[in-house]
Each structure stands twice: as C-alpha cells, then as structure tokens.
Design a protein around this ligand. Structure first.
Ligand SMILES: *Cc1c(COP(=O)(O)O)cnc(C)c1O
Length: 400
C-alpha cells in the first residue's frame, strides 16, 4: 500500500489489490494484464544499453533478470502478503532454494520443522548439507525442541503451518520471537493458507515462500513460486536468481496474476467445503479420527482461529483397516482425482503413507502420526454434496 495521493490504489484494501495491484498499462488500452513474452529488450541507443547493463539506469535487460509480467505478479503478491518486496521463481522449490542460497553460507545451521513438504526435507538434508549448511529437524509443535536445537550458528528457522496432512498449527508469533532473540531468520512456507487466510510477516516472520503451483494458481495449470520479505533480503534472492537462473516464466506469472483475482473467494469456498466435509466425516462409523483445525476439538483449533482467517482446504482422516483399507476406500471413489497435488478447484485424494510420506521409515511415520489408514483430501470447489457422495462410494467399497 502507498500513501501517494496520485495513486488510485492508495489505501486500497487487500481484496482490491488482489485484482488491481501491480498493473502497468502499455498504452494500447488493454484491460487485462499484458503478457510480455520476450526473452530480451532493446535499447534506444548504445549509451542506454551501457547504462542498463551497469545498473545506472533502471529498466529491463533480459528476462532472466526482470520481466514486466513477472514484476506485476511480484508487486501484487507483495501487496497481498504485506511485504516490502517479492521475487517470482520457477517453482516453489526454486523459491526455497533461492532463499537458502542467497541468505545462508557454509557453516550456518538451520532448524527445520520435521513436518514440512518432503522435497524441502531433501533440499536441506541432502543438497544444502553438501555445502556445509547443517540442519536439525524438530517436530513442528515441540516448542522446547526448537529452543534446544538452537546453536550460535543458527541462521534460519523454517516451517510450514498448518502442516500436511494432519493440520497441526504452529504459533508463528512465538517462533518469530525465538528467531529474533537468537539472531536467526524465520521463514514460513505459506502455501496451505495463502495470504488470503494467513499473513506470517504481520506475525513477525522475516520471509514467506510459496509454491504458486497450488492455491495461487488455483486451477492446476502452472508451476511457479515466490519469496517475499524485506527489500534487503529480496535483493539478495533476486541476485541469486539472475545469476543461477530459476526464474518465473512470463506466461506462468500471467496465469498466477489471474489466479490471485479470485484467491480470497476461492480460499473461503475451499475452507467452507472442507469444514462441512470434516463435520460429515466425523459422523461416519468407519472413520476413527478426522484431522482438520476447523473442528473445535482439534488441538490447534484456538490458535488457527486466531492466526488464520479460515481453516483452509486440506483435511485428512484415519480409517480402520490400515493400508489395505485406505487403498480400498480410495479406489472406491470415482470422481475425486487420485493425485498428490492440492490447491485445485478439483478435489484430490491421496494415501500419504505410500506416496507423499513414503520416504519416511515406518517408525518415523508413526512418530509423525502418518498412520497407514490415513487418507488426505484436498477439498475442491465442487458441490460438497457431490464430494460426500463420492466418499460414500469409498465407504461402500470398504464395508463390502
Ligand atoms: C508443492 C509444495 C512445495 C513445492 O512447490 P513446487 O511448486 O512443486 O516446487 C513447497 N511447499 C509446499 C507446502 C508444497 O505444497
């Protein structure tokens, strides 16, 4: 937001910025945001080329550095997250990698929630470790564990809340305080809530990362990511990107810009459908436990109600009968998409123990509460009665 009197968006609300933020008109009178599908840019004269290359004159040089459509997406995202700056990336993993490469160095230590996206665990545990960055994994809700893991070299705390697939809710403000007290940066992967439901920077986080592939797109079309935070940090991330290359494509940025226009409405509808489904699932005799922070008896309910605007679209539930039962249930459904993706208008269903969490040993899965009978649904925007009807087919298959 800006207080510039000439800016028609000065003081505008977030819902307006999601639709009108970051637009730069070309002069052709276009209404929708233009896509700049160009790899490079031309200069007026040799002196301008020299000034652009030296950085003396701001402006576009090459789309690995900057692209106007990507910039529009970055400005709109920054407005939504309340960030000073944003950097679009080729994927969610590219956002996390770029933040780590730009802001960590050999000898630094990272504390990472055990309950983050599996590939994030591999990135820290396998690749960054090769370059002398040490990582400790702690259970998301183990406040003392975070404290005990601190070292003088701890430079970053990394977490995701709510967690996948059990909807555990971490206290962002408390962990931000811990990070501040120990001189480390708190990085929050805000993929599951999006800024429509949760704004970690307002709660004291230093950096937010997203997989734009999920709810920011919202219709399962493009892969992308974004990092957000103070300009001094994002300048470093941007420099890493222009040097190493995992930049966002202009076309994908355009798709994400259009996705952001409906983000708030979609997130509220995903959340309403998920809550209705969670309440219905709890009544089903074959369901042992439902994990959704919108249910009043979920341990994270009060914190989620405070920290989030709604409870999000992802829930999971445990069936008796272990893995064979869960598979029979999933194979009994016919409308839901069997895929590990989420954040789509189409509801998806997956068996975490043998897909998203299969890299964990049985003991680790047990520790993390990923039971063999657990099923995750990323609730889409179909009529919730039809989602229930499809899950009812799963229950029929289970009791047959
Ligand atoms: C999907 C996902 C990622 C990785 O994003 P990509 O766009 O697939 O690279 C990171 N974090 C979370 C929470 C995710 O769901």
């Amino acid at each position: 937001m800006t207080d510039d009197k000439d800016d028609p968006l000065a003081g505008a609300h977030i819902d307006t910025l999601a639709i009108r933020g970051g637009i730069h008109r070309t002069g052709e009178g276009e209404h929708a945001e233009p896509i700049f599908l160009t790899s490079s840019y031309v200069f007026d004269d040799a002196a301008q080329a020299a000034a652009r290359f030296s950085g003396d004159e701001p402006g576009n040089v090459y789309s690995r550095y900057t692209n106007p459509t990507v910039r529009s997406f970055e400005e709109r995202m920054a407005a939504l997250e309340g960030a000073e700056a944003a950097v679009g990336t080729a994927s969610g993993m590219a956002a996390i990698l770029s933040v780590a490469m730009a802001l960590l160095k050999s000898g630094d230590h990272v504390i990472c929630s055990r309950d983050v996206f599996g590939t994030t665990v591999n990135l820290f545990g396998k690749y960054l470790a090769k370059f002398g960055i040490e990582v400790s994994f702690v259970p998301l809700l183990d406040t003392q564990g975070w404290r005990d893991a601190l070292r003088p070299t701890t430079a970053m705390l990394f977490l995701e809340t709510p967690s996948n697939p059990l909807c555990e809710v971490a206290d962002i403000a408390a962990l931000a305080q811990l990070a501040r007290d120990s001189g480390a940066l708190l990085v929050v992967d805000n993929c599951f809530c999006t800024p429509a439901l949760q704004r970690p920077l307002e709660l004291g986080a230093d950096i937010v990362v997203h997989s734009a592939t999920k709810y920011l797109d919202g219709q399962g079309r493009c892969v992308g990511g974004v990092a957000l935070g103070e300009a001094r940090h994002m300048d470093e991330v941007q420099t890493f990107l222009r040097t190493c290359g995992p930049t966002m494509s202009a076309f994908n940025a355009w798709v994400f810009l259009k996705g952001l226009e409906t983000l708030r409405l979609r997130m509220e509808a995903h959340s309403a459908n998920a809550l209705a489904l969670a309440r219905w699932l709890r009544e089903q005799p074959l369901v042992e436990q439902v994990y959704y922070s919108g249910l009043e008896d979920h341990p994270g309910h009060a914190l989620a109600a405070r920290q989030q605007r709604a409870f999000g679209g992802v829930l999971s539930f445990r069936l008796g009968g272990g893995q064979p039962g869960a598979w029979r249930f999933i194979d009994g459904t016919r409308m839901l998409s069997l895929t590990a993706n989420l954040g789509d208008a189409k509801s998806t269903i997956v068996h975490p123990a043998t897909t998203t969490h299969s890299r964990l040993s049985p003991a680790q899965r047990e520790q993390s509460g990923i039971a063999d009978g657990l099923v995750r649904v990323a609730v889409g925007l179909e009529d919730v009665e039809d989602i229930k009807a499809d899950l009812a087919r799963g229950f029929d298959a289970l009791s047959a």
